[in-house]
Write a protein that binds this ligand. Structure first.
Ligand SMILES: [Fe+2]
Length: 225
């Protein structure tokens, strides 16, 4: 992706959050210039990959395969000093823009439609070879209510509604009827080791630097001196 596209995606996301009256923490708006003066006190942001995350799954077609994420808080299983066992992030999905089919070995997550159109989530179980189980139905809880969904079936969440996705459950999500702001409340998130995609994908974008970054992505922070 070009940096100019990443900058535009983030700017558009910030405007959508403003419309949703959703406020981000201060580090969302720290520019590369601000980061020059940030020391070890900000290590949790760096190490636990808080902040902006533009995902195009290596397909180079963000409008169809992509999602804009912002992680507000997260723990770190590799750091014994970091005892936080949970994560919270937001997801911005545009109409029919797919966050591709994946599950997590360790992370259990609640996905909550916070504001906007409908959030549609397609579900499959996974078999012993970790491929989608196209036969057996799955059971999920929708706001605490146990619900059976056929293999490859979808749940549709209106604003305020949520689903709990346990480990090993394949999910792909997209918005219908307008852009959706979702929240994700989960166990610790580890994008370096806890995503099992049904197909080969890229997780962090290759970036062509055609203009300076407005904000760093969560995997780009410079180390503290
Ligand atoms: Fe997920």
């Amino acid at each position: 992706m070009k940096r100019s596209q990443i900058n535009d995606i983030i700017k558009e996301g910030i405007e959508f959050l403003r419309q949703c009256n959703f406020h981000l923490p201060p580090f969302a708006f720290w520019t590369p210039d601000h980061w020059r003066s940030k020391g070890r006190e900000c290590d949790q942001i760096r190490r636990n990959m808080l902040g902006w995350d533009v995902v195009d799954f290596g397909r180079g077609d963000f409008g169809r395969c992509g999602i804009l994420l912002f992680t507000m808080r997260n723990g770190n299983r590799r750091n014994p000093d970091d005892i936080k066992p949970y994560c919270e992030k937001i997801l911005i999905s545009k109409e029919n823009q797919r966050c591709l089919m994946h599950f997590h070995w360790q992370k259990m997550e609640d996905i909550i439609n916070h504001c906007g159109g409908d959030l549609v989530i397609q579900l499959y179980g996974s078999d012993e070879n970790e491929v989608p189980d196209r036969v057996h139905p799955v059971r999920v809880r929708l706001d605490g209510v146990a619900t059976e969904v056929p293999a490859g079936g979808c749940v549709r969440l209106k604003p305020g509604e949520s689903v709990c996705l346990p480990q090993g459950l394949y999910h792909e999500l997209w918005a219908e009827g307008g852009t959706v702001l979702s929240r994700e409340v989960s166990a610790v998130n580890d994008d370096t080791a806890d995503n099992r995609f049904a197909e080969e994908v890229g997780r962090f974008p290759e970036i062509e630097e055609d203009e300076p970054p407005l904000y760093y992505l969560c995997n780009e922070y410079p180390p503290a001196d």
